[in-house]
Design a protein around this ligand. Sequence first.
Ligand SMILES: C[S@@+](CC[C@H](N)C(=O)[O-])C[C@H]1O[C@@H](n2cnc3c(N)ncnc32)[C@H](O)[C@@H]1O
Length: 234
Amino acid sequence: MSIDEHYRRWTEADCVRRFAEKGVGEFFETERRFLTRIMPDVSSVLDVGCASGRLLELLHQYKPDLAFDGIDIVPDSIERAKQLYPASRFWCGNALGIDPGRTYDLVNATGVCQHEPRFEDLIRRMWSWSSRHLLFDVKLARLDRHLVDIDRSYSGETQRLYFIIASLPGLLATLKALPEVGRIAAYGYVTKPNKHTTVPADLGDFVSAGFLLDRVPGAVAPEIALELPDFLTA
Ligand SMILES: C[S@@+](CC[C@H](N)C(=O)[O-])C[C@H]1O[C@@H](n2cnc3c(N)ncnc32)[C@H](O)[C@@H]1O
């Protein structure tokens, strides 16, 4: 399988190891907050960009018995996932080109959309695989348009990843256009670029945000519940 240049960083050994060894305590508040609310009703989960499947350790804290499957583009990560969690099904490849062939109560993508230049296509696909909930995280700034430019906003040095900053109005327009979205909730806080990340000097503050979409059959206009810093919504 050939992997496009802008995904290569994911295949490097230190990166594979980091996510394979990720502990339960390393998942962020953006991830835990919504899980606490929805997990009591969730029996099946698809994790997109699952790396070695460590999210299952966190999910087990909410539900010990859970059908859990995953997709990741990195063969080494998927090999480890299969060894660690033999009861799960894992696909190796780009989630933009894979079809799991079934739906899940929850489709999750942690740390994926902010590096995926086609993140809105990915969100549409993930929504089509979800029977109830979609959970993902993004970076947001006060922008009219998404910033998707690997020359200006990236992480890594030799093998760059896109570091995408989404526009809140643009993202909400995409989410509202999805079918049967009954509720869109977001929770986020201001964050800083780490030492491996470069963003435009004039970007201003940006925010790490988790989004939860709930499917309500027949819904035409979603309820919107945003817990985000004022500068994004004013
Ligand atoms: C930041 S890591 C997060 C891993 C894991 N979700 C976690 O939170 O620990 C992003 C993962 O998504 C995978 N990934 C990124 N884009 C992908 C795509 N389009 N299709 C499948 N996997 C992808 C990468 O290989 C990597 O393992």
